[in-house]
Design a protein around this ligand. Structure first.
Ligand SMILES: O=C(CO)[C@@H](O)[C@H](O)COP(=O)(O)O
Ligand SMILES: [Fe+2]
Length: 224
């Protein structure tokens, strides 16, 4: 059984005020992680920030950073985010040349190794990678932008990932990212997700801290 302590909320600073990121990190200090979306305008059609900004965020963040790398050639770049101090580093399997080696490199550099799959990418061909992973991120929007509509049709994939983890054993977290809000988080938890990214639902709320508490309570009520 999963209880409230096993539900993790990771607000995405993509929806924060980029001119005031230290203040925006402080505003979510009751969250478990801060989710940082790194986009390179190649893997996705958007450009955000890279390692120098992440290094600065690491100096001031009250909570650990969860780096979501939406970039080409993660084999080359991802371990540096772990070496810099990100406690979780997610690469996209669609972009990785050697996902097994990359996951090992991330772990060797001191971070949790996480693999993301886009909405049109099936899970089954990658299930054998589970022993190398600490988290699987099932995208619930096409990566690239905050504020998009949640794709409920990804819930069977969340169930399939959770089932593979049950079968293979191991304490692998299942993260969902994209359109997660008070309206959609319960079905994610019900399907087997335990780690929830929310950008606009947190930073668009009157109180980010209250939104985080609400999301955590809703997810915990449906976790299993
Ligand atoms: O990775 C991404 C988008 O590609 C996300 O992390 C978004 O930043 C989530 O934003 P919301 O959908 O919650 O507004
Ligand atoms: Fe993300």
């Amino acid at each position: 059984m999963t209880d409230a302590r096993d539900v993790r909320i990771s607000p995405s600073i993509l929806s924060a005020d980029f001119a005031n990121l230290e203040r925006e990190l402080d505003a979510i200090n009751n969250a478990d992680w801060a989710h940082v979306d790194v986009m390179d305008n190649h893997f996705v059609p958007n450009l955000t920030l890279g390692l120098p900004v992440v290094e600065s965020l690491l100096k001031v963040s009250p909570i650990p950073l969860d780096a979501h790398l939406m970039i080409d050639d993660p084999d080359r770049w991802a371990p540096a985010y772990a070496e810099a101090g990100c406690k979780s580093v997610t690469f996209h399997v669609e972009a990785a040349a050697d996902p097994k080696k990359l996951a090992r490199d991330i772990r060797a550099a001191g971070a949790r190794a996480s693999m993301a799959i886009k909405p049109n990418t099936p899970w089954e061909p990658y299930a054998d990678l589970l022993p190398e992973l600490d988290m699987v991120l099932v995208m619930t929007v096409e990566p690239g932008f905050g504020g998009q509509s949640f794709m409920a049709e990804q819930m069977p994939k969340v169930r399939a990932v959770r089932e593979s983890i049950r079968t293979h054993g191991g304490d692998v977290w299942v993260q969902v990212d994209g359109g997660v809000s008070a309206k959609t988080i319960e079905q994610c938890a019900e399907a087997g997700a335990d780690t929830f990214v929310a950008g606009s639902a947190v930073y668009g709320a009157e109180s980010a801290a209250a939104a985080i508490d609400e999301l955590r309570a809703l997810a915990a009520g449906h976790a299993h």
